[in-house]
Design a protein around this ligand. Structure first.
Ligand SMILES: [Cu+2]
Length: 214
């Protein structure tokens, strides 16, 4: 009887020793092709402007405990901040989701209207993907051509601790947000946003579903 806890500890230790070796052999890649959201001509008050048509790819690679994320985006608003996340939901929204929540069709699918489709924020793709967003400004800024690339690495274990669920990347979505903070790109007051963030920063401009690619 007195040996039982020691035996159990031995079994647990063996499991710990085996687990990293198994994980070390897994090398999985997930890829999302990013499609535009809210692209095209918009007229708000006296201003008519165009939200560019975003495209690009997001790649998430799992190698043992390492999670690496690489994103390459073109056709987003130049010189502006682009918050980006892995979202938990099951699909990307489209133009028909405008007005999905309150019935107000204003020509924009705002961040709140997208939530029923792409779900809540799971991982903030900022400089520290092991934890939640350090700051609302800790995201890529597109260059003068409206493009950016992004790379970050983290620990799968730390991320899953943080989000309190499995990454399950094959069911997730990558969403890119943000147009310019400029009177040249006004948004109607019916475009809602997240608490503490201006609507220009949270407007979704691209979304892609992650699929296993190897
Ligand atoms: Cu997001």
């Amino acid at each position: 009887m007195r040996l039982a806890p020691r035996i159990l500890a031995g079994v647990a230790l063996a499991a710990l020793v085996v687990a990293p070796a198994t994980a070390g052999n897994s090398n999985q890649t997930y890829r999302a092709n990013l499609d535009p959201l809210n692209a095209g001509s918009h007229t708000v008050g006296a201003v008519t402007y165009t939200i560019p048509s975003a495209s690009g790819t997001a790649t998430v690679t799992l190698k043992g405990d390492n999670v690496s994320v690489d994103i390459s985006v073109r056709g987003v608003t130049a010189g502006t901040l682009h918050p980006q996340h892995i979202h938990a939901g099951t699909t990307c929204p489209d133009a028909t989701d405008d007005g999905a929540i309150d019935g107000v069709v204003d020509g924009f699918v705002d961040v709140i209207e997208g939530l029923p489709k792409y779900g809540g924020i799971l991982v903030s793709l900022d400089s520290t993907i092991n934890t939640g967003a350090e700051s609302d400004l800790d995201f890529p800024v597109a260059n003068s051509s409206g493009a950016y690339t992004y790379s970050a690495e983290g620990s799968r274990m730390h991320i899953q601790d943080e989000i309190m669920t499995a990454l399950k990347l094959g069911t997730r979505h990558v969403v890119i947000h943000g147009i310019a903070d400029s009177p040249a790109m006004p948004l109607p007051s019916t475009v809602r946003t997240l608490p503490g963030l201006p609507a220009w920063a949270t407007l979704p401009v691209a979304c892609g579903e992650l699929h296993r690619s190897n």
